[in-house]
Design a binder for this molecule. Structure first.
Ligand code: GLU
Length: 490
């Protein structure tokens, strides 16, 4: 059997992380098995349709670099790939189901259905259609349809029998047909419901494996019956565990940041997001956690997907993203971060800002936090803090700072443009001055850092002199010396 999987979203908004996981597992499985991966748009609920949703979705997949083999944007042999363009096919299957007695028209008004539902709820019994229209004879229903009476088509669920879902992840799950509602298959507007369209399409698109979220498991017995009624072989099913918030509540489209687009805006790398999402429910062999998409194709298997819900741990995603930022080539990193610091590039020039990008990359969780750190570095230094400055009120320190400042002021302007050279020169001056006044190690570098930045933490000073350049470095040292003199004279 050739493997064909599909991702079948409804175009109701943005791609969210749960959808990304479903798509990813379908993609990985298909690739691993040498099969195909198909995109199908399930837009049969016209009331929930959102303009632009398909474009958003395709954009997200283009960014994340997961390609489809067939889909509305690229075509294929089993299209069209948008359900609203396949309505005739669904109606034809209603006819087949009606002829074999597996579907029947229902003329019940929405008022009647609502009343029935309310009374069932009041009696605490699960709301289900009472099958009144199943008793209408074919002759009568044809006449009523011919008269133009509004109706839907329902599935005639057998009264009593067991329906078994064989699921690759969950094993055998049994359902009692008595608990299954006579599902509407075709609505009064002539559109199919999800259930009919999904089954008809999976069959006609020759889908071999249906890999989808656990929330669809209760629908699966209906689907299995439809396959049976139509005389088709059902695909293999695999229902993925729920995604959970850290408090183990169900993660829904509405909870927090779940849109892939948000992660993109915040400066996560698509590779990191894929890596993270792959591990939401699937566990590889061994302790390894960092996987490229290619590695994942190689390692992935459905039998290592857990049944238990998978907790979405943002801190882990941030850690993973920082690992990807660390590993990115300098050129790529610069290309990705430049748009976020274009204001700084305008004022300070490319080369200083690029040096800042490379210097501050370590530990940055996202491109956005990296850009914030860079902005912070170019922002004016804080007003000198008396507590920190107190540590510099030492004769030797004042002399060293003065000496380093004087010697740096003597360096030719063009030598400041060679960042590595000025960095080394700075280190040399500082060590020499330190030696002259017997200061070394932390007792040399910490005062120098505070003198130059007004802070205790920051990037390596030899880098900072390159990033800031002559005017700022000399200006900062002078600012500190002035402050110290003022303190001493007071
Ligand atoms: N259209 C459904 C969704 O929005 C597809 C479910 C399935 O994969 O069968 O997720």
């Amino acid at each position: 059997m050739s493997v064909r999987t599909r991702y079948a979203p409804s175009p109701t908004g943005f791609l969210h992380v749960g959808g990304l996981r479903t798509a990813l597992y379908n993609y990985l499985f298909a690739r691993k098995e040498g099969g195909q991966f198909i995109l199908r748009i399930e837009d049969t609920d016209q009331t929930r349709k959102v303009d632009g949703a398909v474009d958003n979705l395709l954009d997200a997949f283009a960014w994340i670099e997961i390609p489809f083999d067939e889909g509305p944007h690229i075509g294929g042999d089993t299209g069209p790939y948008i359900q609203s363009e396949r309505l005739d096919l669904y109606r034809a299957h209603i006819k087949i189901l009606a002829e074999s007695g597996h579907a029947y028209p229902c003329f019940c008004s929405s008022e009647r259905l609502e009343k029935m539902r309310d009374s069932q709820v009041a009696q605490s019994i699960p709301p289900m259609y009472d099958r009144q229209c199943r008793a209408v004879t074919t002759a009568e229903s044809s006449a009523r349809i011919d008269r133009g009476e509004p109706h839907v088509w329902r599935m005639a669920i057998p009264d009593s029998r067991e329906v078994t879902v064989k699921d690759l992840i969950r094993g055998e799950v049994r359902f009692d047909a008595a608990t299954i509602d006579d599902q509407v298959l075709l609505k009064s507007d002539g559109y199919p419901t999800y259930h009919l369209a999904n089954v008809v399409d999976d069959h006609h698109m020759q889908i071999s494996h249906v890999i989808r979220g656990e929330e669809w498991l209760p629908s699966t017995p209906k689907h299995i019956l439809l396959y049976e009624f139509l005389g088709w072989e059902a695909p293999v099913f695999a229902h993925l565990p729920l995604l959970l918030n850290p408090d183990r509540s169900k993660m829904s489209k509405r909870s927090g940041d779940v849109a892939v687009e948000e992660y993109r805006k915040k400066g996560f790398l698509p590779q990191a997001l894929i890596n993270f999402v792959a591990l939401l429910g699937w566990h590889p062999q061994g302790e390894r956690e960092i996987f490229s998409l290619e590695d994942l194709v190689h390692e992935f298997s459905l039998d290592r997907v857990n049944k238990a819900g998978a907790v979405f741990d943002l801190a882990k995603l941030q850690w993973m993203n920082s690992e990807y930022i660390k590993a990115e080539s300098d050129d790529n990193l610069i290309e990705h971060v430049r748009p976020l610091v274009s204001d700084l590039i305008q004022t300070h020039g490319s080369s200083r800002v690029e040096l800042a990008i490379l210097t501050l990359r370590a530990g940055a969780e996202t491109y956005l936090t990296l850009s914030e750190k860079i902005h912070d570095l170019f922002a004016p230094s804080p007003i000198r803090n008396p507590e920190l400055m107190a540590g510099l009120c030492d004769d030797k320190v004042v002399l060293v700072v003065g000496e380093v400042g004087r010697r740096l002021a003597g360096v030719e302007e063009r030598d400041w443009e060679d960042f590595e050279k000025i960095g080394n020169t700075y280190k040399e001056f500082a060590s020499e001055a330190g030696r002259a006044y017997s200061l070394k190690g932390k007792s040399l570098w910490m005062p120098l850092r505070i003198a130059m930045t007004g802070r205790e933490h920051g990037p390596e000073l030899a880098k900072l002199v390159g990033i800031w350049g002559r005017d700022r470095v000399l200006g900062e040292l002078e600012k500190t010396l002035k402050y110290l003199k003022h303190q001493v004279l007071r």
